[in-house]
Design a protein. Structure first.
Length: 91
């Protein structure tokens, strides 16, 4: 029984270490811009698929790729999580 308590204490310590620092989860202008562009592209691709338009579908796939590129460029420019261009608000 004592071994189980020791294992539980070790698991709690590991869990506390894992959650000690906030991750951020991509809550940044770069991430939101990337997601918004890719969302518009995916909705347009769905419409293109439904109406059986190759032009609309593949153009929309290109928009999704552009969204990924724009997000990466914004991250490198300092607008990603922990970026140099973001105001440090302490959150």
């Amino acid at each position: 029984m004592a071994n189980t308590a020791t294992n539980r204490a070790q698991q709690d310590e590991v869990t506390a270490d894992i959650h000690a620092e906030p991750v951020g989860h991509g809550n940044s202008p770069a991430a939101w811009t990337c997601v918004l562009i890719m969302l518009v592209g995916s909705v347009a691709a769905a419409v293109g698929f439904i109406i059986a338009s190759h032009l609309v579908f593949w153009s929309s796939v290109a928009v999704m790729v552009i969204g990924l590129i724009v997000g990466g460029i914004m991250r490198k420019a300092g607008y990603g999580v922990g970026g140099s261009k973001l105001k440090k608000s302490g959150h």
